[in-house]
Design a binder for this molecule. Structure first.
Ligand code: URA
Length: 209
């Protein structure tokens, strides 16, 4: 039997379905409504309280992409509203960036139980939503927060300490990876993650001036 040349990769049919469902959403409101019914990841669909689609203010030039909703986000339906979100707002303000003008998204739009990291399958299954959200938001720059989001754009095996603070082209976008505000909280006010988060958001702000 003749096989087509090139690497053979298994394509997850659920991911393909998410891609086509998301791509068919003509605008943010349609996407936000449709995403509420997503059951691509059965465990997440069974345990979530809400689908946290994210924020996409009109004309946003910057998009932040985090990992996944936590308990506060799951309860309220809004991204980055807990402790990490409050730190993020503060660091954004220090960099001269107004959160209300920034798109705020996550690799996953449903909370993983116990805040475990997203599995590779979950990240792939949510990818169609994320891509469509970025298309609709149309930012000039994407800042990824933490390793899960960096991996989603730049691939497995990246080391945050090596790639942070610089712009990398990925998926037709300009991507600047930095640390997650949760890491900044974990390492405290004198820790490197907070210093890098501050410096990298300031660099993002400078790129957009
Ligand atoms: N952590 C994330 O990665 N995203 C959120 O929305 C909240 C906490």
């Amino acid at each position: 039997m003749n096989r087509p040349a090139g690497p053979r990769q298994k394509v997850d049919p659920v991911s393909l379905e998410v891609f086509s469902t998301a791509a068919a959403c003509p605008d943010w409101a349609a996407l936000a409504g449709t995403a509420q019914g997503c059951v691509a990841c059965p465990e997440l669909a069974a345990t979530r309280a809400t689908v946290v689609v994210g924020d996409a203010p009109a004309g946003a030039r910057l998009a932040l992409v985090g990992e996944a909703p936590g308990a506060d986000e799951d309860r309220t339906g809004r991204p980055f509203v807990g402790r990490a979100g409050r730190l993020l707002d503060q660091v954004l303000a220090e960099a001269g960036l107004d959160r209300s003008a920034v798109a705020v998204l996550n690799v996953l739009q449903c909370r993983p139980p116990g805040n475990r990291p997203p599995t590779a399958t979950e990240a792939v299954r949510c990818r169609g939503w994320l891509e469509r959200k970025l298309d609709l938001a149309g930012p000039e720059l994407v800042v990824t927060l933490g390793l899960s989001a960096a991996v989603a754009f730049l691939g497995r095996g990246v080391k945050l300490g090596e790639i942070r603070g610089r712009v990398h082209p990925a998926y037709g976008r300009q991507v600047l990876p930095t640390y997650h505000p949760s890491a900044a909280l974990r390492f405290g006010p004198a820790g490197a993650p907070l210093a890098y988060l501050r410096a990298d958001l300031a660099a993002a702000a400078a790129l957009l001036t």
